[in-house]
Every structure is written in C-alpha cells, then in structure tokens.
Design a protein around this ligand. Structure first.
Ligand SMILES: [Fe+2]
Ligand SMILES: [Fe+2]
Length: 284
C-alpha cells in the first residue's frame, strides 16, 4: 500500500459527518447533577433520526422497561442517566452505520447490531465490576463506536477484498488486525481512534478504539480492556462485525486487567445473549 493511499484514507476522515451536535448537547445535559428531562427531550427531538432510534431501542425489551413508551420523556422517567447515555449513543451509531460495509462483508444492520451488542456487554461488565459511573460514558462511547474506522477503510477493503481472502487463507494464525495491515497498511482501530481524536473526545475513548484489536494496547487500562472484551464476546456469540469475527479468543490477561473471573463472565453470558437477541429481533 503506497503512502499516497494512506494519505487518502486519512483524508477521507474529513468526509464523515461530525459527531452530531444534538448528541453532544444531550450528553452535556446528562452530565448535570439535576438533569432537566424536559430540555433533554427538546434537544433530542431536534434530530428525528436519533429520537426515532432512541424510542425503538428503548422499546426493544433489551432494556427491560416495565412498559412500552411512546414519548422520550416517559422513557427518561423509567431509565437511569447512564442507561439514557448508552441508548442515546446507540441511536447516534445508527447515523454512521447506515450503509453496508461490502469490504468487510457485513450489512448496515449487522454492524449496527454488533455495535449495540458491544454497548450492552460493556454495560453488563460495568455493573459487574461496579465501574464508577463517571467512567461509563467513555466506556459506552468507545464500545458503540469501536468499529467506526471500518466506514472509512471500507472502500479500500472492498478494492483489496481478493487480497484479504488470500491473506486470511495463507495466514490462518494471524489476527484480523495483522491481515488488515498486510492488505491496506493500517487497521480500522487506528483509523477510528484517529477520527475520535480529531473530534476531540477524551483520550480514554480514542485510545480504547485504537486498541481494540491490539493485544498489547488493550491491556493498558480497564476501559480499553472492557471494549476489547465486549468486541470479542459479541463476535463469539455470533453478533459479528465483519470479517474480523474470525480467529477470536480471550487473551489470558484481559480478564485480570478488568478484574473479573472467568466463572463470573460465564455466568453473565446467557443474560448478554438474551439481550443481544432482543436487540437483533427488534431492529429489523
Ligand atoms: Fe473491530
Ligand atoms: Fe467490532
């Protein structure tokens, strides 16, 4: 891959729509000690796509509301602040995952479901280890947007698809990240991390995205480790995010960094799987 193509890949970052102002403002409101839900509703309503997807997700049963809701305000009353953030960010992700990623062999719906399932796993892991609430927003954002780099790289992976499959066949032991480097000279974690850094999000977020396929980087902190684990589990459970669903296993030190035992994770899996199925079912 020539330097010229790499330059083109990073230039393409500028063509992606910026992180929506609506979501930015909504997150600001959600960070206040006393959240003004009426104002939050007004803000979210200014972006109909986010508002519609928010309600769709809330009513998907994966968030176990006691009743179906038809207004954002009613939904807010039944959810906690952190859950509102998670659902809001999942609704934002749909704006980016609106096209099939041909080069990665995944449909728009499947990559969206994969991202939401990662968000849900992150939520379950955060509850399990009692991650401080102020850390959860970064975790959810990184988990939901971890594959954003694929949107930018898709054009190149489509062009190099034949090379990808040949490389995977020739190097069955290689991770997807290694194959991506061989085929296009960069990996989607790096491109996604670059994008979130450009959007001026905190380091914890863009580093976690950068690190999600890199076994050395993913163990540099709890948040990157949780994002990487969420991605691995989503793929293992069959909610795949593309060609990178192959060759997955949980690195031995990943659970240790997060602070969970293998038995605890095993116990959590049926619940995660059930919630993931509900998301998939309701987002058709
Ligand atoms: Fe990925
Ligand atoms: Fe992924």
């Amino acid at each position: 891959m020539s330097e010229f193509i790499l330059e083109r890949i990073f230039e393409k970052v500028d063509t992606l729509p910026p992180f929506p102002k609506t979501a930015q403002r909504a997150l600001e409101l959600l960070r206040e000690e006393e959240v003004n839900y009426k104002e939050l509703e007004e803000v979210i309503k200014t972006d109909p796509a986010i508002a519609v997807n928010f309600l769709k997700l809330v009513n998907s049963a994966a968030f176990s509301l006691p009743q179906k809701v038809d207004s954002l305000l009613k939904a807010f009353m039944l959810l906690g602040t952190e859950q509102i953030k998670l659902i809001l960010l999942a609704a934002v992700a749909s704006k980016y995952f609106s096209k099939d990623l041909t080069g990665y062999g995944v449909s728009a719906k499947d990559i969206w479901v994969h991202s939401i399932v990662c968000g849900i796993i992150a939520e379950e892991l955060a509850q399990l280890i009692k991650l401080p609430v102020e850390k959860r927003e970064s975790l959810y954002m990184a988990a939901l947007l971890h594959d954003l780099g694929k949107i930018i790289l898709d054009l190149y992976t489509t062009l190099e698809a034949k090379k990808f499959y040949e490389l995977m066949e020739k190097n069955p032991e290689d991770t997807f990240m290694q194959i991506e480097w061989l085929a296009v000279g960069v990996d989607h974690g790096m491109v996604g991390g670059f994008l979130l850094k450009k959007w001026e999000f905190p380091k914890e977020i863009y580093f976690s995205i950068r690190a999600h396929h890199d076994s050395d980087l993913m163990i540099q902190g709890k948040i990157p480790a949780m994002v990487a684990l969420a991605n691995i589990l989503a793929n293992m459970l069959g909610f795949i995010g593309g060609l990178d669903a192959f060759n997955y296993s949980i690195p031995s030190n990943l659970l240790e960094i997060i602070g969970i035992k293998a038995e605890e994770l095993e116990k959590l899996l049926p619940k995660i799987y059930k919630r993931a199925l509900l998301v998939e079912k309701f987002l058709v």
